[in-house]
Design a protein around this ligand. Structure first.
Ligand SMILES: [Zn+2]
Length: 105
């Protein structure tokens, strides 16, 4: 695993701001803006968005209207997504600490 902290290509700041954009019928988009100089840092198109602490209603909305036709058990799926998000986050934090110890900035 390799963990990368995003930084501005213009000013090297790691102080960034995520702007989440939702439009009907379009994948959700994240624009990462530098909080120091205002430059665009990156854009992500989201196929899977989980906002920790927002609950199942927010997660279902992020899936879009097509998800409701599949008849899946959303509570089981939400629980799986929630666990995967926390596990992945913890693993990324641990990995970042290991990388810092190998290569101090
Ligand atoms: Zn910048």
């Amino acid at each position: 695993m390799e963990v990368h902290i995003q930084k501005c290509q213009e000013c090297q700041s790691t102080d960034v701001c995520n702007m989440l954009v939702s439009e009907p019928g379009q994948p959700q988009t994240v624009y990462v803006k530098c909080a120091s100089c205002g430059q665009l840092v990156a854009r992500f198109l989201l196929s899977d968005y989980y906002h920790h602490g927002k609950g199942i209603e927010s997660w279902l909305r992020s899936l879009g209207p097509a998800a409701f036709e599949s008849g899946r058990d959303f509570h089981d799926e939400f629980s799986r997504v929630q666990t995967a998000a926390l596990t992945g986050f913890e693993a990324a934090c641990r990995r970042l600490e290991e990388q810092k110890q190998v290569e101090p900035p």
